[in-house]
Write a protein that binds this ligand. Structure first.
Ligand code: NI
Length: 174
């Protein structure tokens, strides 16, 4: 039981998610379902649109500390970092992408308190990747025309080969 993770081509992944006005029981249950789906995948993070919910919520767990962020924004970013980025919504595809190395993220926790998190490298990348999902942006949208063509061809091939997602699978961001 639970939510299926939406994959590339699903219009919900190309939609800007709505701001959460009221952190009520529904949002708490949504966060719980998202964490379950994330651990099951498994991934390090998950954004609400990935289970078909158009709300500004994402969850992550990179150091055994499940965390939920509501209405997150990146307020500062700096540096550059190269990382072989993956996405649960584009299963099997990993593409080297350059993005800022450090970010400062601001959002709300489930109690409605404002939180600020400084992140570097992997966590900073995860934040940027999840923020993209909340804005309807996928990795393909961040690529040059050439990169996109190659990545799409590789992704289609992965799907044609229908490689089962077994234990050999790498863990991407989400
Ligand atoms: Ni993703």
């Amino acid at each position: 039981m639970g939510y299926d993770i939406r994959t590339y081509g699903d219009p919900v992944l190309a939609t800007v998610a709505a701001t959460v006005d009221n952190i009520d029981g529904k949002i708490v249950r949504l966060a719980d379902s998202m964490l379950q789906a994330m651990y099951r995948a498994p991934g390090l993070g998950l954004a609400a649109p990935q289970i078909g919910v158009q709300k500004q919520v994402f969850v992550y767990d990179v150091e055994d500390e499940p965390t939920v962020l509501v209405n997150p924004i990146i307020v500062e970013s700096s540096g550059e970092w190269i990382y072989d980025e993956g996405c649960l919504s584009i299963p099997g595809l990993y593409v080297e992408m350059v993005r800022p190395k450090e970010v400062l993220l601001r959002g709300l926790d489930l109690d409605g308190n404002e939180v600020e998190i400084e992140a570097d490298e992997l966590l900073a990348r995860l934040f940027q990747h999840e923020l993209d999902h909340l804005n309807g942006v996928l990795m393909f949208d961040r690529m040059t025309e050439d990169q996109r063509k190659r990545a799409l061809a590789e992704y289609r091939k992965l799907q044609d080969d229908a490689v089962p997602l077994g234990e050999s699978r790498r863990i991407g961001l989400d």
